[in-house]
Design a protein around this ligand. Structure first.
Ligand code: FAD
Ligand code: UDP
Length: 383
């Protein structure tokens, strides 16, 4: 069959590869001038540093099959994400603290020397607001589990900058992604498998796309009337964009990256967050620390600013509040009436998806198509 994949990011590449291996003729197109979608990496011409062009990407998963899959296309070298944050302690003094909140953070922040059990008792008995039985909002979740001091220093300001609203308007689920630990483990993620592709994500995605059954066309925007030329379309662009935004626009946050260079080591780590609301950026990424096996004198850093996404911006984070979910359900209804198109990935299903989940869903979606010779509008329900 003739298959079109819209988008040469992870979703389009993984689905395209599986279908090409099953003997289908696959065309993959992307509006951008490069493959890789938002995972795209590129060597900086000035410094030679491998840069994560659309923001920092760390691969982490518990899914052994996905880990084997990525390792079959690219060498992954060990990398643990150790994030730091600059904020003020309870006395108002600026300091650098370890994230996610762990024993080091607690002892530094409160100027204590607590052991794990003492720290646990201190946070749960002296800091946490135990009157909150069932936290619903981000703010309640933070107040319930770490208490006001840590919440205000590390989460309140950062979250207001990141999401453009007060944490009391956001769901608890956003904060649940971050652990609180009563030991000195400062690994940002819990996952069993973590690493960084030796030659960048774009090299990995190029290897996935390297199959005689796949043709890639860059700088080519999809138009809906092209769908008729194919037996099936896998669409990883924005769901509302497929329908020319006829019901309105789904809300996103976008990011602006302010690039600067430095000779030597600018901040000593890959990611430094800024917890204070009056520092306008959320974090600074120093890309060379993502490749600790390389050595570069020069350094490339990105200051990251979050703001509302306008029609001319790149949509990054789906907002998925009540208003957006209502509009989403109307688009889902439209999509379900559309024949021969499967909506996939981060934008096609309007969900925040880590890379491992994106790959897992793409493999599962391709498997449905290979088995049945067709696939529904959504293999992964967006609601
Ligand atoms: P995308 O990468 O967005 O690809 C979609 C592609 O479709 C794009 O290339 C786009 O140009 C193209 N396209 C869209 N519309 C059209 C059209 N009409 N015509 C032609 N082409 C079109 N995940 C992790 O696991 N770890 C991380 O540390 C991590 N960090 C992240 C940091 C940021 C700032 C962001 C935003 C995401 C992060 N992610 C991370 C998630 C990761 O980026 C996604 O899992 C992944 O990019 C999803 O791949 P995708 O193919 O679904 O979408
Ligand atoms: N967050 C925060 N302070 C930090 C880091 C994260 O308040 O220093 C909040 C913020 O609201 C963010 C959420 O926790 O959206 C999840 O953090 P994560 O690092 O998973 O953010 P993402 O990778 O989605 O940018």
């Amino acid at each position: 069959m003739k298959i079109l994949c819209v988008g040469a990011g992870l979703s389009g590449a993984v689905i395209g590869r599986k279908l090409a291996e099953a003997g289908h003729e696959v065309v993959i197109l992307d509006a951008r001038d490069h493959i890789g979608g938002n995972c795209h990496t590129e060597r900086d011409a000035e410094t030679g540093v491998m840069v994560h062009i659309y923001g920092p990407h760390i691969f982490h998963t518990d899914d052994a099959e996905v880990w084997d899959y990525v390792n079959s296309f690219e060498t992954f070298l060990p990398y643990k994400n150790r994030v730091k944050t600059t904020s003020r302690d309870p006395k108002g003094e600026l300091g650098v603290f370890s994230l996610p909140v762990n024993l080091h953070t607690i002892n530094q922040f409160f100027r204590k020397t607590l052991r794990p059990e003492e720290a646990h008792a201190f946070i749960t008995e002296d800091q946490a607001d135990t009157s909150i039985a069932d936290p619903q909002t981000f703010e309640e979740q933070a107040m319930r589990f770490v208490g006001r001091d840590l919440y205000e220093a590390f989460f309140k300001g950062y979250t207001m900058k990141q999401w453009g609203c007060h944490p009391s308007e956001l769901p608890a689920s956003i904060l649940k992604r971050l652990p609180v630990r009563f030991n000195y483990d400062d690994n940002y993620f819990f996952h069993q498998f973590q690493g960084m592709p030796e030659n960048g994500y774009t090299a990995m995605i190029a290897a996935i796309l390297d199959h005689p059954g796949i043709t890639v066309q860059l700088e080519t925007s999809f138009a809906r009337d092209q769908a008729g030329d194919y037996d099936h379309v896998f669409y990883s662009g924005p769901l509302d964009g497929y329908f020319d935004f006829e019901l309105g626009r789904l809300g996103y946050r976008t990011l602006d990256f302010e690039r600067f260079t430095h000779q030597g080591d600018y901040q000593g780590c890959a990611v430094m967050n800024y917890g204070e609301v009056d520092v306008p950026y959320t974090r600074i990424t120093e890309h060379k620390h993502f490749s600790p096996w390389e050595s570069h004198e020069g350094s490339v850093c990105y200051r990251e600013f979050s703001r509302e996404c306008t029609p001319d911006d790149i949509p990054y984070y789906p907002i998925r509040q009540v208003k957006e979910k209502a509009l989403l359900s109307d688009y889902v209804a439209l999509a379900e009436k559309t024949r021969g198109v499967t909506f996939v990935g981060r934008l096609g299903t309007y969900r925040y998806l880590d890379m491992d989940v994106t790959i897992r869903e793409a493999l599962d979606t391709a498997a449905v198509f290979v088995e049945k010779g067709t696939a529904p509008a959504f293999v992964m329900a967006p609601l």
